[in-house]
Design a protein around this ligand. Sequence first.
Ligand code: G6P
Ligand code: MG
Length: 241
Amino acid sequence: MMYSSNLAKEHKNSLNLEESSTLPQIRGVIFDMDGVITDTIEYHYQTWQQLADEEGIPFNREANEELRGLSRRDSLIKMLGDREIFEEKIQELLDRKNRYYLEFIQTMNSDQLLPGVENLLNELRAANIKTGIASASQNVHRVVDRLGIRDRIDVITNVYNVNRPKPAPDVFVYAAEELGLLPRECLVIEDAESGIEAALAAGMWVVGLGPGDRVGQAHIVLPNLEGVHWSDLLLAIQSLR
Ligand code: G6P
Ligand code: MG
């Protein structure tokens, strides 16, 4: 169930391929983590909800959707809306939220890998394609270790390695540099609107996971990675020519 949008084709032209007959050479796949590799979105929701309840801030699942892909700090600022609070209090809230979240992480293991992820990682290794994770999460190393996939990931970066968080392209550009690849040699797999925007701005190929109203700007849109093979993704990108 893959499709490419016109916008995707326009974007492809902007990738400046030397010859229109040249097939894209994808040498690396950069994954977002939360919502792509593992469903920590639910843990983030529950811990934000707990914090919001304690502080009397209105919050629900719908509001949580707006936080997908944002850094912890940007998420809190969005939750607070017009409320003005001191930096010290902001820091205390961020630390408290993370304490709750770390408790969830302790319970994670490879069962929390989303369907299709492990198989895809194995296929990428077999095909000699480099792999990276570029996440907005400061906990990315911890989560990757709990999931037991560290041996199949070449580079792990988060937005704290760079100046600007997603939707700025920085974290993807940085990951590509660390992999020793050009942006157009990288395929990003993302579930958040801010992440899709970031990857497109970086000049990379993008697979969006989720509903079209959230990830429709991506070159390829899929519900998730279940049953998705590397050969399928490669063919889909090459058919965008
Ligand atoms: C991901 C999630 C966000 C989360 C952010 C920060 O991008 O999609 O919902 O707020 O990471 O995670 P952290 O582990 O640093 O609190
Ligand atoms: Mg995500």
